[in-house]
Design a protein around this ligand. Structure first.
Ligand SMILES: [Mg+2]
Length: 321
């Protein structure tokens, strides 16, 4: 018993020493711009992108996979769509299977490394490759951006392996895309398939900070515990397949932007805008000074200002100076 008391007294003394040491250290070396603890935590912005038609003009499989197996892109997608309808099959699983059926029929072997290598052939809309650094630069110079982290996420029905080989892969905090098992059967087998509505699951993963796909996101999480509120998100997409994601983002207080190929029809975007699915639309020109760049910056300005308002309310509520 005495021993235990002594131990507990020792612990108390040690803990008192260490907390004194900590507070002394804090006083001795105040960091410039240091935030009093506990700090307001909702300071991460997530820009979430669709891939095909949003960042790249064509579906990613059209740059290397289809040419390699001698398939005409238009004919391939038509065949895939009608096969899915005929078989009452999921369109995404159908295209993933058809790609490899055709490769096998041509005697072309495409393994994981080949798919990653195909990523190098993917082309992007003007300015995409510079966009990530430019937008980060814009956020950094705003007065309200102290302590703000900007992240880019990709949610695509395309293939994760091809994305991995693209020049822009390094800019993403996380990539959620369809993927194959390569050693499942005689043909690669879909490991993960991302459908239009399935994309919304990943928005909630980003929102709740549960990006590890082995972890369930179905448990209730109070708004206050979610690290990236939807109001800190902008979703970028190009059309009908993005409607569920745009709707989920906007209905939860977030933002959405639609893009169309420069010089081509903007009808889809006009409709999305009229239906209030998006805040803005613009040609898919990502260069600094473009309409897309300026409109995104407007949303970021509002987001940063809102974030500071939320932070001030949070401080007031907790009596934190
Ligand atoms: Mg798309």
């Amino acid at each position: 018993m005495a021993k235990r008391v002594a131990a507990s007294a020792r612990d108390k003394a040690a803990s008192a020493r260490s907390s004194t040491a900590k507070s002394k250290a804090k006083k001795a070396a105040p960091k410039p711009g240091a935030v009093a603890k506990p700090a307001f935590a909702k300071t991460t912005i997530a820009l979430v992108y669709d891939f095909d038609g949003t960042l790249s003009p064509k579906p990613m499989q059209e740059y290397a996979f289809l040419p390699k197996i001698g398939a005409d892109p238009a004919a391939f997608w038509t065949e895939s769509t009608s096969l899915a309808a005929k078989q009452d099959a999921d369109p995404m699983i159908t295209y993933m299977r058809l790609l490899y059926e055709k490769a096998r029929a041509k005697g072309v072997r495409i393994d994981r490394e080949d798919l990653v290598a195909q990523g190098a052939a993917v082309e992007f809309f003007k300015g995409v490759e510079e966009w990530f650094a430019e937008i980060e630069g814009y956020v950094k110079i705003r007065a309200e951006s102290q302590g703000v982290e900007l992240r880019h996420y990709l949610i695509s029905a395309g293939l994760a392996e091809i994305v991995e080989g693209t020049t822009i892969y390094k800019h993403f905090h996380n990539v959620f895309a369809s993927e194959y098992w390569f050693d499942a059967y005689e043909l690669p087998y879909p490991k993960r398939v991302i459908t239009d509505t399935g994309k919304t699951q990943y928005l909630f993963r980003i929102n709740k900070g549960v990006e590890d796909e082995t972890k369930s996101i179905n448990q209730h999480m109070p708004e206050d515990d979610r690290p990236i509120p939807f109001s800190n998100m902008i979703y970028f997409g190009d059309g009908d397949t993005d409607v569920p994601s745009m709707t989920v983002t906007r209905k939860n207080g977030g933002h959405a932007v639609a893009v169309y190929p420069p010089g081509k029809s903007k009808k889809k975007c006009v409709n999305l805008f009229a239906d209030r699915r998006v805040d803005f639309y613009a040609p898919a020109d990502y260069r600094r000074g473009s309409d897309l760049f300026k409109r995104t910056c407007l949303l970021l300005d509002r987001m940063l200002a809102d974030m500071r308002v939320q932070e001030e309310m949070w401080r007031l509520g907790r009596g934190v100076k």
